[in-house]
Ligand binder design. Structure first.
Ligand SMILES: Cc1cn([C@H]2C[C@H](O)[C@@H](COP(=O)(O)OP(=O)(O)O[C@H]3O[C@H](C)C(=O)[C@H](O)[C@H]3O)O2)c(=O)[nH]c1=O
Length: 185
């Protein structure tokens, strides 16, 4: 397993060791002890799977309170996945980083608690599978507009297919401070 730091502190790319043979391949999608060697000890309590067609954009989502750390990957197709630091008091507030996740590259992406998350689907269909460190709390579920000029996320696709909720998401400047996660150094 390789753990690669991104340009946004806290967000990590994990590349599993893949064992291929005449039958196909095997890889460990999550290994507590191996991640712990890299200082990462998430305790997952929920797993999610979603399927999206080309151009579907889900995000930018977060939970506060009850923030979720997310360990995300793609088991079919390809997405452009983005994490945004929206923690009040963070030295990196408003900064984002992105990674291409695909069934082919088998990369996993660790997004810490307090970050907003989203992705846009690059393939005909993408099946997105991820683990969370807190369970879903509808009352804490929150969104920020995907194309917020203040974030200036360089999405590779702009003709996107959004849920009504995401299309109406507030801009960061419209979100009350108390609805944003708190940075804990
Ligand atoms: C997230 C979630 C949703 N739901 C229900 C609520 C809705 O009735 C339905 C679809 O929810 P939503 O449209 O919020 O699903 P996504 O747009 O895929 O949201 C996710 O997309 C981005 C990429 C994320 O990072 C979050 O995990 C999550 O917000 O599933 C649940 O029952 N449990 C859950 O954990």
């Amino acid at each position: 397993m390789k753990v690669i730091e991104t340009d946004l502190p806290g967000c990590l790319v994990i590349e599993p060791r893949v064992f291929g043979d005449a039958r196909g391949f095997f890889f460990e999608s999550f290994n507590h002890d191996k991640l712990a060697q890299h200082g990462l000890q998430p305790q997952f309590v929920q797993g999610n799977v979603s399927s999206s067609t080309r151009g579907v954009l889900r995000g930018l989502h977060y939970q506060w309170p009850n923030p979720q750390g997310k360990y995300v990957s793609v088991v079919e197709g390809e997405v452009w996945d983005v994490a945004v630091d929206i923690r009040r008091g963070s030295p990196h507030f408003g900064r984002w980083t992105a990674v291409v996740l695909s069934a082919e590259n088998k990369r996993h992406f660790w997004i810490p608690e307090g970050f907003a998350h989203g992705f846009v689907t690059l393939s005909e269909r993408a099946v997105f599978s991820y683990l969370c460190t807190a369970t879903y709390d509808a009352s804490a579920d929150a969104s920020i507009r995907w194309n917020d000029a203040r974030l200036a996320i360089d999405w590779p696709v702009t003709d996107v297919n959004l849920s009504d909720k995401d299309a109406r998401a507030p801009f960061l400047d419209e979100v009350a401070d108390e609805r944003l996660p708190i940075y804990v150094p």
